[in-house]
Design a protein around this ligand. Structure first.
Ligand code: GDP
Ligand code: GDP
Length: 453
């Protein structure tokens, strides 16, 4: 993998972040000549060589010596080229680069650097107009967006296993540290899942935790050495470590204290923030309260996965009609969670627990999914053809293109000719099409509109 771009766009800064060291020298003076620097590192579960093509030139003779022989051969050999631009300025040198890089088009990833704030993020998407089909905004200096870039790099390079030993010179330990956080996100088995277990007092949260983390269950076993004090319990299931985060109302305190904690919605909000998936416990014999709705709205806003656990199912007569009745009632009360699975559960007797955990794993997988821009836009063209946007004399709505800007939470940006007054129902159609076609069936997704004339 090689990092390319004109001087001063932040290549060395990015290089250092990827290899987690201060090797190449970042220099604020443009045009400082450096030879390509290379380093072997581990990204995700792959070992790869990262090359910073460095100072390609003296600025005076820039266009002539744009691509020195050594840098050029580095590019020819690389599986992936990360082409870096600076969001704050696009220069003639950049355009020259774009022309020269055309021959490597299918190996090129566009990274727009110095995206240090949200306004610049929007500006970064303008770079799509240079003819790239996706863009990775990032701040090499602060780390934002680097994880997403790493994932894209990993998607593009051929699958190579990580060797047992990285090198013969005792470098292993260092290489371990070099792992960028994305390895936690990789699709491999064994990722951790953080659960926030929320619900009114007395719905059965402690009973469920005891069952999951207690020694008297067959499918789960306690994990030793839980250190973080925000973790209420952890256990393993299907080779994954599940952590139940410390959530309001779980601790064994006096009932009064516990109630007070529950009503501290802020605390519940905090645990939603920290979680991958929320299990919202509902006592099927009781109603729902305002707080449950606030929590539901927050889960959607934060784009977390959520399962509605209809607990104490053992107190009902278990028939298909019962399930339908309970489901209807919950759907009616939680319209914002229309996508969330509703699962019957008896924390006390243990029925429904494997299904609950399997569902949590599924949601987590959906949260991690990323659809590439090309695929999305092909689909968008089909959806528009099947059902064109409403047209009238005043408005001719046009959809330009769509891109997934993040996963976990899963967010898309849809560029349209005019956002103002864009028909909500059509946006809903697009959102549902994304859900159905790409399998984001049970998690909240957001599709934001942006103007692009
Ligand atoms: P290179 O010549 O392409 O290798 O660029 P460097 O990595 O040396 O960076 C050039 C300048 O841009 C340095 O002053 C960096 O500190 C600065 N820089 C790099 N990344 C960022 C970033 O994400 N945000 C901002 N604001 N500055 C950055
Ligand atoms: P928490 O306040 O949400 O932690 O709720 P607890 O776990 O303390 O449970 C409250 C009460 O509900 C206790 O008496 C539990 O035994 C009971 N309970 C919990 N889960 C179930 C269940 O699945 N079925 C039945 N029948 N009772 C349950």
């Amino acid at each position: 993998m090689a990092i390319v771009g004109r001087p001063n766009v932040g290549k060395s800064t990015l290089f250092n972040r990827l290899i987690r060291k201060r090797k190449s020298i970042t220099d604020p003076t443009p045009g400082v000549t450096r030879d390509p620097v290379s380093e072997t590192t581990i990204l995700g579960n792959r070992k790869l060589e990262v090359i910073d093509t460095g100072g390609l030139t003296e600025s005076r003779e820039f266009l002539d010596r744009l691509i020195t022989q050594r840098s050029f051969s580095a590019m020819e050999q690389a599986d992936v080229l990360v082409f870096v631009l600076d969001v704050t300025e696009l220069t003639p040198e950049d355009e020259e680069f774009i022309n020269r890089l055309r021959q490597f088009r299918d190996r090129l990833i566009l990274a727009v650097n110095k995206v240090d704030n949200p306004t610049r993020e929007l500006e970064a998407y303008n770079f799509l107009s240079l003819g790239f089909d996706s863009v990775f905004p990032l701040s090499a200096a602060h780390g934002a967006g680097v994880e997403e870039l790493v994932e894209e790099i990993l998607r593009r390079i051929p699958q190579l296993p990580v060797p047992e030993r990285i090198s013969e010179d005792g470098n292993d330990q260092e290489s371990q540290i070099n792992r960028v956080t994305a390895d936690k996100e990789s699709e491999s088995d064994g990722f951790d899942i953080s659960i926030a277990l929320l619900g009114q007092p007395n719905t059965g949260k402690s009973t469920l935790i005891n069952r999951l983390t207690g020694a008297d269950t067959s499918i789960v076993s306690p994990v030793a050495g839980t250190t973080r004090d925000v973790v209420q319990g952890s256990f393993e299931y299907k080779q994954r470590t599940f952590r139940i985060l410390d959530t309001a109302g779980i601790r064994r305190k006096s009932r009064v204290e516990e109630d007070l904690e529950y009503y501290s919605v802020n605390r519940a909000f905090k645990s939603i923030e920290d979680a991958d998936v929320v299990i919202l416990m509902i006592d099927v014999d009781k109603g729902l309260v305002e707080q449950d709705k606030k929590i539901a709205a927050q889960i959607v806003k934060k784009g977390r996965g959520v399962v509605l656990a209809a607990n104490k199912w053992d107190t009902l007569e278990d028939t298909p009609n019962t399930l339908r009745a309970v489901t209807d009632r919950i759907r009616f009360l939680f319209p914002v969670l229309e996508f969330a699975p509703i699962l019957p559960l008896s924390a006390l007797e243990g029925q429904g627990i494997p299904k609950l955990l399997n569902t949590v794993i599924q949601l987590r997988t959906q949260l991690e999914k990323r659809i590439d821009t090309g695929t999305l836009n092909n689909a968008l063209a089909r959806w528009i053809e099947r059902t064109p946007p409403p047209q009238n004399k005043k408005h001719r709505w046009k959809l330009r293109y769509i891109t997934q800007v993040s996963k976990h939470p899963v967010q898309f940006i849809l560029f349209v000719n005019k956002t103002k007054g864009f028909p909500e129902s059509y946006l809903g159609y697009i959102r549902n099409s994304i859900r159905r076609e790409f399998g984001f069936t049970n998690i909240p997704i957001s599709v934001e509109l942006r103007d692009r004339r």
